[in-house]
Ligand binder design. Sequence first.
Ligand code: HEC
Length: 112
Amino acid sequence: MKSMSYAAVAASVALAAALSAASPAAHAEATGLALAQQKNCMSCHAVSRPIMGPALHDVAARYAGRDDAVTYLKRKILEGGTGAWGTVPMPANTQLTPDQAASLAAWVMTLK
Ligand code: HEC
């Protein structure tokens, strides 16, 4: 009986440690995705395959070496445009505040 309750305590300590180690990144990921879904991005984008627009992990991979990637993408997300991935334009996303566009740009860059 005594050894069983020790095992239970040890298991819950290990679980708590695992959860607190995993949660900051998981939280940022979940918030970025939730915002992208709420703002309609995911009707044209998916993380891992192209739909109307490029797969977002391909975007992250393409700009991984650019210091100004988040600034560039923030502006592109707000203003829309064409020519980076093909001839289909992304419309301006006027439903976003600049801060939301910056959060989405930062989230996209975590997806590589
Ligand atoms: C109507 C469809 C559509 C919607 C809605 C849309 N996109 Fe796009 N997106 C595109 C297309 C098409 C491209 C490719 C543009 C190009 O080739 O320059 C693109 C490109 C991008 C890129 C890469 C830009 C570059 O220059 O490489 C990012 C990042 C992006 N979209 C994020 C978003 C986010 C975040 C949202 C939501 C706020 C969003 N998109 C909403 C169609 C869409």
